[in-house]
Design a protein around this ligand. Structure first.
Ligand code: SF4
Ligand code: SF4
Length: 104
């Protein structure tokens, strides 16, 4: 099992989740032409540190909570995992994605 990054991250990519991850398993890339991040399910240790850091609540705690996005995280991992670290946005930066709200 692994934590999963969902649709709310698309076009946002605040990046703070990757900064706190102790095993560096959160990687940036593009998905459908928008900035995105994935969690490598083979490396995630389910520590839970990333979830409360995401300003827009894009992270869920198990693959069961979002099977569709769990598959997307897994499928994108090989092409994302060697990408350079994404710059971090301030946590109070207003969301760019329509419908997203600051929750953390
Ligand atoms: S903190 Fe949230 S929006 Fe930012 S990159 Fe991580 S999952 Fe995406
Ligand atoms: S749960 Fe922990 S190990 Fe997994 S992605 Fe989040 S911070 Fe990294």
């Amino acid at each position: 099992m692994s934590y999963v990054i969902t649709e709310k991250c698309l076009g946002e990519r605040y990046g703070v989740c990757a900064t706190v991850c102790p095993v560096e398993c959160i990687h940036p890339g593009d998905h459908k032409g928008q900035e995105f991040m994935i969690i490598d399910p083979e490396v995630c240790i389910n520590c839970g540190l990333c979830l409360p850091e995401c300003p827009v609540g894009a992270i869920v705690a198990s693959e069961d909570e979002s099977p569709e996005w769990a598959k997307i995280n897994k499928d994108l991992t090989p092409s994302y995992k060697n990408n350079p670290t994404a710059p971090e946005r301030p946590k109070n930066d207003p969301p760019k994605r329509p419908g997203n709200k600051l929750v953390n």
